[in-house]
Design a protein around this ligand. Structure first.
Ligand code: HEC
Ligand code: HEC
Ligand code: HEC
Ligand code: HEC
Length: 495
């Protein structure tokens, strides 16, 4: 957190004030949706983090042009950022506050179009965060998402799979992949009130730099192709927004395309506080995870007759969206679990806890009755058993090859199983238990799931005593025992 101590206190107080508001919002949401929420929505303290309803939003200050016909909200160059940090306090720039901002704008102005100008992926295409970014974008409800060079770089990797799994309004007007079918559209048109807004994009060839492959696999057309598309949409009476995902020197010809109403400069990590111009066309420059550009316009006969612009910081003013916080926590869990295991050279293959229970009857019984053996029930109670972001911590190995898929497909895995803590494979442990012991369960292991947010009162010393199989504190390693029956395990587990 960049602020000094005084700033921290201020932020905490704001966070409390904000949570109270979120609470009211959630309560209201519960009543309106008639949905059974998990427990009381006590977001300020230790209660449930299972709240999954979006916040109600706050009132946004009016624009100078009076009530706009349409508001465009624009992001760009967000580079795989989900949240800024995993700290308990406020998190400026995160997806959860961005969602709160969008909800607030939609609530205040009604006709809002949400657009991303590209480069929302982290540069490393295979990084698991990219799938989470797309899930987040779907939850926030993006209308148009331009494929920038960061996304195209994943063409040699997971791009097709990622886009297919997360249906969204992907946009690519002048670039397509040779021989690969992607669900990207040439133009995205939305009707907002009486106004039709069309978004097209231009990918500048100079932005393309592919470490993993050759740009030949992309067919990229010049600005004329985009100009033709613009003319066509203009004939249909649309307000046309052109996203230029391009280098600075590639911009001038785009400023000369007639009939473009607004240009959005993508491929940038910087945001500009005022509206720019390219030729005679107004231009927005926005980039970085912590800004959203807002363009308000009045439209007559398919033309912008009045325009107002502001750059919003994604800061504490906006309510936090618990759905996006959960998504972030699930990502953090997956990333930490992977790095934790790979540091030990472990490829964990998940087995049913009954397999461990064959030899560890006492631990198995205690576990089954304990919180981790019953972690599925919390999801059932919340009605969230199909929500990937909850399954990550409430089941065994969700998202891995051998982990939980569904209670029917993977019986026994709808729980926080033995291996979630004792990160070790069944074999060779079961063959030679004394030689291949699971590693000690350390505080870090618990904190994969017990984060400041999901478990604000977590305390390793006291929680450890309440998990069933660890009622007896760990004894120092002894020479291998020959008496390895389940009876001895039962004795060691205590009364
Ligand atoms: C990062 C891991 C993690 C994620 C993601 C997660 N949970 Fe949890 N959940 C926990 C932990 C840890 C506890 C136990 C907290 C405690 O009592 O200390 C818990 C407890 C709960 C409880 C019971 C206690 C309570 O707070 O009411 C519910 C209900 C619950 N989670 C629902 C959900 C839902 C719904 C989701 C998805 C939106 C979800 N959880 C996502 C880790 C997680
Ligand atoms: C074939 C029987 C058998 C199976 C199956 C088995 N274990 Fe064990 N396990 C043992 C025995 C015996 C010991 C005691 C080893 C010793 O302390 O010398 C042991 C010890 C342990 C310990 C304590 C290690 C220590 O440092 O004291 C843990 C934790 C453990 N097992 C977890 C598991 C888990 C998790 C599974 C399932 C993936 C599992 N076991 C499956 C027989 C088994
Ligand atoms: C929430 C985490 C967690 C889960 C889930 C869990 N354990 Fe443990 N277990 C521990 C901790 C902590 C200890 C204390 C020893 C240590 O620190 O390694 C322990 C100790 C043990 C021991 C050694 C007991 C002793 O007296 O030395 C065995 C055996 C064991 N667990 C088996 C299991 C089996 C079998 C399961 C599943 C049915 C299971 N555990 C599930 C955290 C867990
Ligand atoms: C894979 C995720 C995960 C790991 C790892 C994990 N837990 Fe949990 N834990 C949960 C979830 C989920 C719950 C909530 C279960 C419920 O209430 O339905 C929970 C609940 C608990 C509870 C009950 C809390 C309450 O309010 O009653 C205790 C105690 C606990 N965990 C201790 C531990 C300890 C100690 C460790 C590490 C040794 C650990 N857990 C590791 C996911 C995990």
């Amino acid at each position: 957190m960049p602020a000094g101590p005084a700033g921290v206190v201020g932020r905490r107080q704001m966070a409390v004030a904000m949570s109270t508001r979120t609470c009211v919002g959630i309560l209201l949401g519960l009543v309106l949706a008639g949905c059974d929420g998990p427990g009381g929505p006590d977001t300020a303290g230790g209660g449930s983090h299972g709240d999954h309803l979006p916040p109600v939003g706050i009132k946004v200050k009016p624009f100078a042009i009076g009530r706009p016909d349409v508001v465009l909200l624009i992001t760009g160059g967000t580079h795989g950022r989900l949240e800024i940090c995993n700290c308990p306090g406020p998190q400026p720039g995160g997806l959860s506050r961005r969602s709160g901002l969008v909800i607030s704008y939609r609530r205040t102005f009604g006709n809002v179009l949400l657009l991303d100008a590209g480069d929302f992926f982290w540069v490393k295409p295979e990084d698991p965060r990219n799938a989470y970014v797309l899930r987040g974008y779907r939850l926030i409800g993006y209308d148009a998402v331009v494929l920038g060079d960061h996304e195209w770089a994943a063409l040699w990797g997971p791009l097709r799979r990622l886009l297919a799994g997360q249906p969204l309004g992907y946009l690519s007007t002048n670039a397509r992949a040779r021989g690969v079918r992607l669900p990207a559209q040439r133009a995205i048109v939305r009707r907002l009130g009486n106004v039709r807004v069309a978004v097209v994009s231009y990918l500048g060839p100079r932005t393309l730099w592919f470490p993993g492959g050759s740009a030949d696999r992309l067919a990229v057309e010049g600005p004329e192709a985009v100009a033709r598309r613009v003319a066509e949409l203009k004939r249909q009476g649309c307000v046309v927004v052109l996203v230029a995902h391009a280098e600075a020197e590639e911009l001038p010809p785009l400023g000369e395309i007639p009939d473009v109403d607004l240009i959005v400069r993508g491929n940038t990590a910087r945001s500009e506080a005022r509206l720019l111009r390219l030729g005679r066309t107004p231009m927005v420059r926005v980039g970085g995870a912590d800004f959203v550009a807002a363009v308000a316009m009045k439209v007559r006969g398919g033309r912008i007759v009045a325009i107002d612009y502001r750059l919003e910081a994604v800061d504490l003013k906006w309510p936090e969206d618990p759905r996006l916080m959960s998504l972030f926590q699930a990502y953090a869990h997956e990333a930490m679990r992977a790095s934790y295991d790979s540091a030990r050279g472990l490829r964990l293959r998940y087995v049913r806890p009954e397999k461990c229970g064959r030899c560890h009857k006492a631990q198995y019984q205690a576990w089954r009755r304990g919180p981790h053996g019953r972690s599925w029930r919390a999801l059932e109670a919340a009605g969230m058993t199909r929500q990937g972001d909850c399954l990550t911590c409430h089941t065994a190995g969700f998202g891995t090859a051998t982990g939980f898929r569904s209670p029917r497909q993977t019986p026994g895995m709808a729980a926080v199983t033995c291996q979630e803590c004792h990160r070790s494979n069944l074999q060779p442990h079961a063959q030679a238990p004394a030689r291949h012991r699971p590693p000690p369960v350390i505080q870090d292991t618990c904190e994969l799931c017990h984060t400041p947010r999901t478990s604000p009162r977590f305390n390793f010393k006291t929680y450890r005593l309440r998990i069933g199989c660890a009622r007896v504190p760990r004894v120092p390693l002894k020479p291998p025992r020959r008496d390895l029956s389940s009876r001895s395990a039962a004795r060691r587990a205590g009364p």
